[in-house]
Design a protein around this ligand. Sequence first.
Ligand SMILES: Nc1nc2c(ncn2[C@@H]2O[C@H](COP(=O)(O)OP(=O)(O)O)[C@@H](O)[C@H]2O)c(=O)[nH]1
Ligand SMILES: [Mg+2]
Ligand SMILES: [Zn+2]
Length: 333
Amino acid sequence: MDEGIVIKAYGGVYDVQIREQLCHCSLRHHIIEADRRERAETKELPYVDLVSVGDRVQISRAQSKTDVGYIEEILPRQTQFGRTRVNKLPQVIVANLDLLLVIFAARNPQLKLRMLDRFLVTAEASGMLPVICINKIDLVQLEKLKAQMALYEGIGYNLIYTSIVTGAGIDEMRTVMKDRISAIVGSSGVGKSSLLNEIQPGLQLRVGDVDERMHKGQHTTTEVALLPLHFGGFVADTPGIRTLGLFEIDDEQGLDIHFPEMRPYIPECKFAACTHQHEPGCAVKSAVEGGKISELRYDSYLRISGFSAGRFEREGPKKEKKRYERRHKRAKR
Ligand SMILES: Nc1nc2c(ncn2[C@@H]2O[C@H](COP(=O)(O)OP(=O)(O)O)[C@@H](O)[C@H]2O)c(=O)[nH]1
Ligand SMILES: [Mg+2]
Ligand SMILES: [Zn+2]
């Protein structure tokens, strides 16, 4: 048996990358049967597809051909990125994403720190390691930029400063992407395509707003592929990844834990279910007032939680409100 990664899925056939080799695999019937039995016992809803792009699998090869085989086992997932379908069946779009490359331009277009905070929360909430990449550093004074970003460095986030004009940071990008499955987010024009072509010439990723608009109505979010990197690892080619947004934030855990700098203060709040808004004895608010937590970040926290007049994703405020009410009920007891 060989272990590989599913890089593409279409109509019951899965392309499995095993080192340098690609093997076209179908699913062994016993996997389908085992899943059906398990769901019947646990009453859990089945996934739309048992195997997703990004899944690590054990395969056996056909006797006659080495590029044809069978998926014998699906290994446990580290992360899953997906959505709930209209018919309520959950669908995993990409499994095992480990790195979220959050790309901004130092200027042109302007750096948007609020948007950065959203992406960071998304990464934290879905168990992906975020790496902040600030591109086009040839257009600004690096020292000033670094001073502006010191806040994020201080929290412990990994920052890479890049330019396709000077070649700065490209090797660093390769180093963080090596042997990982990366996803890329960032607005149109920040230089995603340019950067990827520097990292690996010829890598034609469909990322960004333009591509998403072009593909609308074609179910492109399900049309996922992993592109192998020659230095090891994969990049997820997922046009709809930006629109997936914050869907995976764990309701019970709350938003606060996805702000790493808040974590040490959360247990110090007077109320266990503190939302850090207006409650007395809130250690997070004290830390903001004492300058230990940045006001900008705290403001992002408020906006994302939907309490202030933030522009939250569609279902956001309602869901957050429910959590808020539930937490308060708990606090009163
Ligand atoms: N000055 C400068 N321009 C860049 C850099 N990276 C990309 N660009 C330019 O920014 C524009 C948008 O780049 P593109 O890769 O298409 O951005 P995408 O929409 O994020 O894929 C293009 O005109 C690029 O030539 C950079 O590091 N420095
Ligand atoms: Mg592009
Ligand atoms: Zn609090």
